[in-house]
Design a binder for this molecule. Structure first.
Ligand code: PGA
Length: 248
């Protein structure tokens, strides 16, 4: 049984004070249901959110991490530093990081391996861009990302990873993939995982859809067979909108 997991990705939004205000409101709205949730926030807000959500069942995640244990990497943050704060999750390979910060499947793979040595659960993002979709290459691109990102990761570790399918052309654009398109790609990801590992392992892995998920389309998306959750950007910034999505 895969437990639905709906997470918010705040990107580079909110100050600490704004994060605290969100947490106060959101805690009152969220009732531990059979849907798991978490907020992926900028580094500066993580400690505040961990403290605010303690005992509420709401998870907290970082949006990036470096793969090295420590070193001369100005501006970076290590897995141990995140562990010290007490975060539950970490995003890896979000398309904005791949697009603007030179994230590659190689660095994604190293980051996944570094996180898997800790208690922090990785959420790895994959997805094709518009050009690739228009050329009909979306399945080749995404299954290639999955193979490269999971390279050398054992079965027991693979089960801990959450995959977020996020077509680049649907992120922040208001254009959502149709539920059928999203379902087909999540199916393709699960088949790729079954090919790398086996069906039993692939069946345990949570696969989210992300890209302009909002209260108006959440039910349709969440009702698709292969989709186990959502990664929500813009609509996770407002407590009322985000809770509506969780209570789809
Ligand atoms: P969006 O972002 O919901 O604003 O499209 C999704 C994401 O980037 O994770």
């Amino acid at each position: 049984m895969r437990i639905p997991f709906i997470a918010g990705n705040w990107k580079m939004y909110k100050t600490i004070a704004q994060a605290r205000a969100f947490a106060d409101e959101f805690k009152n709205l969220y009732h531990d249901t059979d849907v798991k949730t978490a907020i992926f926030a900028p580094y500066t807000q993580l400690e505040t959110l961990v403290e605010a959500f303690k005992g509420s069942g709401i998870g907290v995640g970082a949006q990036n991490v470096h793969f090295a244990k420590e070193g001369a990497y100005t501006g970076e943050v290590s897995v141990a530093m995140l562990e010290e704060i007490g975060v539950d999750y970490c995003l890896v390979g979000h398309s904005e990081r791949r697009q603007y910060f030179a994230e590659t499947d190689e660095s994604v793979n190293l980051k996944l391996k570094a996180l898997l040595e800790s208690k922090i659960l990785p959420v790895v993002c994959v997805g094709e861009n518009l050009e690739e979709r228009e050329a009909g290459k979306e399945e080749v691109i995404v299954s290639g990302q999955i193979r490269a990102d999971f390279d050398g990761i054992c079965e027991a570790d693979a089960e801990k990873i959450v995959v977020a399918y996020e077509p680049v052309w649907a992120i922040g654009t208001g254009k959502t993939a149709t539920p059928e398109q999203a379902n087909q790609m999540c199916k393709c990801i699960r088949e790729t995982l079954a090919d790398i590992y086996d069906e039993e392992t692939a069946d345990k892995i949570i696969i989210q859809y992300g890209g302009s998920v909002k209260p108006e389309n959440a039910t349709e998306i969440m009702n698709m067979e292969e989709i186990d959750g959502a990664l929500v950007g813009g609509a996770s910034l407002e407590p009322l909108k985000f809770i509506e999505i969780i209570n789809f």
